[in-house]
Design a protein around this ligand. Sequence first.
Ligand SMILES: Cc1cc2nc3c(=O)[nH]c(=O)nc-3n(C[C@H](O)[C@H](O)[C@H](O)COP(=O)(O)O)c2cc1C
Length: 177
Amino acid sequence: MIEIIAISGSLRAASTNAALLAALAANAPADCRIQVYDGLGRLPIFNPDDEGERTPAEAARLIEAVTRADGVIISCPEYAHGVPGGMKNALDWLVSRDAAVGKPAMLVHASPRSLYARAALAEIMRTMSFALYEETALEIALLGKKPTEMGAILAEDANRQAMREAVRGFAEFIRGQ
Ligand SMILES: Cc1cc2nc3c(=O)[nH]c(=O)nc-3n(C[C@H](O)[C@H](O)[C@H](O)COP(=O)(O)O)c2cc1C
């Protein structure tokens, strides 16, 4: 079983990025389990003085979850042409650890825009030595959609197939690492 941790860069209750990740988890191939990380909003702001023995509990939980996972999937909005602070903060807690080094990672997209944030995230993650899977970029346009509309879009056969294919491709990439 391939174990994947999925992280949404949005804390909004009706987040399109969180909805995409929940749908990916529901549509994953039988040999992949996707668990969505729910602690982004509880992470303290990163401070290098708080690493090692002083690592806060939620940061330790994130580091442990990424370390144990076979791969990481991130879906993240763009704020003011950048990566939202909460997402960058989570990544900052992983910078000086081994958790990210060589860890397979895939970006998926709930907005057809957000090109600055996509590029920035990819650059940050490559710099952190994640093994970024860049074959196919799954993009399902949910921007501005309400939860019921999102549910309908994510339930479309073509989108369910696209999600399954994206995770299958990522799983093959993980196996090849
Ligand atoms: C403060 C703020 C700034 C934003 N800036 C941008 C931006 O620069 N470029 C963009 O494409 N979208 C921008 N957006 C739109 C969000 O990226 C978009 O609404 C996204 O779908 C939100 O993700 P969520 O539904 O998961 O919360 C911004 C939204 C907010 C709240």
